[in-house]
Write a protein that binds this ligand. Structure first.
Ligand SMILES: *Cc1c(COP(=O)(O)O)cnc(C)c1O
Length: 393
């Protein structure tokens, strides 16, 4: 075989559902020399990561750490640790990732009851309340920011209160929420939460922050059966990340450096400022998209600022449009998943990428992508609308 040339990956602007571009300081943190995963200096870095993660999740939960894998492993970790065969679980699915939660929960041998909302919509507290009261499940799982539809499930605190009335633990998918929109684990009363490194935190993919409430930890400690997954078994993962520092697996050292910097930058910016930044850039993008006649899939009342899912106009080819954006501008936007395949573009403005220069470039590029396929556009209208918004904001 001919030995390939060293890699020279092209520079992209990642405006899909993730990964989003890493902050340059995060990439710089990753080139630091490796240390052993039990080196006392590395252990103190781990402690700092945990402390900062508690800050970003707004929790005092002792069991708060990044799992050494992507967001899906966080989902699996929460469910396999809290569920045993025969347990009852309710999963609320309003899109692709809720659907996945049904699959993952079912594989534990738990009895799954599903609540479905049409794609682009969310659940009312009443619907969830009725189901929890009837089923009295051990666990209720829901997605806070459904990346497949761009919809945000509101009222997490009310839902948690209802769960706790019935002795139910609330598991929340915050993969696309963390670092973008408000998340307040203790105040809301969430029992288990998982996220990822490559969306709102502006790090590469590879880590999944998780946190378990004391109530959830009690449930894990009192399991009758072993956790099916060896790698994700919190009873042993906790002893590596806890006081004992017992070898479990080799921590991905460079990724820990990355998330250390990612979390540090979030705290330095301030949570509220960060949420506001995501909101403003979303508003600017939105007025621009409207000027291009692109319409959101999610109801106006529940649109996510960090993920803008819009319907592809009649007569415009999905793949051709995305190829044009990538080749002409180096911009990646996401296509639709499941029910939305071929019908939706998903434009992410997450973490480092949530900024005016990116919004204006994305709008200018989208205008060209539409014009390229024969759509009548008003040249400059989208960029103009966004600039108008920024001028007033
Ligand atoms: C991206 C995403 C996941 C999966 O995370 P990976 O890091 O791709 O494993 C799960 N849930 C939601 C809501 C997501 O957006």
């Amino acid at each position: 075989m001919q030995i390939p040339a060293p890699l020279q990956p092209s520079t992209r602007i990642l405006l899909g559902p993730g990964p989003s571009d890493a902050h340059p300081a995060v990439l710089r943190a990753m080139v630091n020399p490796l240390m052993g995963h039990l080196d006392p200096e590395f252990v103190s870095i781990m402690v700092q990561v945990q402390e900062m993660l508690r800050g970003v999740l707004k929790t005092k939960n002792k069991v708060t750490l990044p799992i050494s894998a992507t967001g899906m492993a966080g989902m699996e970790c929460c469910l396999v640790n809290l569920l045993e065969p025969g347990d009852k679980v309710v999963v609320c699915a309003m899109g692709f990732f809720g659907q996945r939660m049904i699959d993952v929960a079912g594989r534990t041998g738990a009895v799954v009851t599903t609540l479905q909302a049409p794609w682009g919509k969310t659940f009312s507290v009443d619907e969830i309340s009725e189901t929890v009261a009837r089923v009295k499940p051990k666990v209720l799982g829901l997605v806070h920011a459904e990346t497949s539809t761009g919809a945000m499930q509101a009222n997490i605190q009310e839902i948690a209160n209802i769960c706790h009335l019935h002795g139910t633990l609330l598991v929340v998918d915050a993969v696309t929420s963390l670092g973008c929109i408000e998340l307040d684990i203790d105040e809301w009363g969430v029992d288990a939460v998982y996220s990822c490194s490559q969306k709102g935190l502006g790090c590469p993919p590879g880590m999944s922050p998780i946190s378990f409430s004391d109530r959830a930890v009690e449930v894990i400690k009192n399991r009758k059966t072993k956790v099916q997954s060896w790698y994700l078994d919190m009873t042993t993962v906790m002893s590596y990340w806890g006081q004992d520092r017992v070898y479990h697996h080799t921590a991905p050292i460079s990724m820990i450096y990355a998330i250390h910097e990612g979390l540090r930058l979030v705290l330095e910016e301030g949570l509220e400022n960060r949420w506001k930044r995501h909101w403003h850039n979303h508003q600017a993008l939105k007025v621009g998209l409207e000027a291009l006649n692109l319409h959101y899939t999610a109801d106006a009342s529940c649109q996510l600022p960090q993920l803008n899912a819009v319907r592809i106009p009649e007569g415009v080819d999905d793949l051709k449009g995305r190829k044009f954006l990538l080749e002409r501008f180096g911009i990646e936007v996401g296509g639709g998943l499941g029910d939305f395949k071929g019908k939706v573009w998903r434009i992410g403005l997450m973490g480092y990428n949530s900024k005016p220069s990116v919004v204006l470039l994305a709008l200018a590029a989208l205008e060209q992508a539409l014009a390229n396929q024969g759509v009548k556009v008003n040249p400059g209208a989208a960029v103009g609308a966004a600039n108008n918004y920024y001028a007033k904001a």
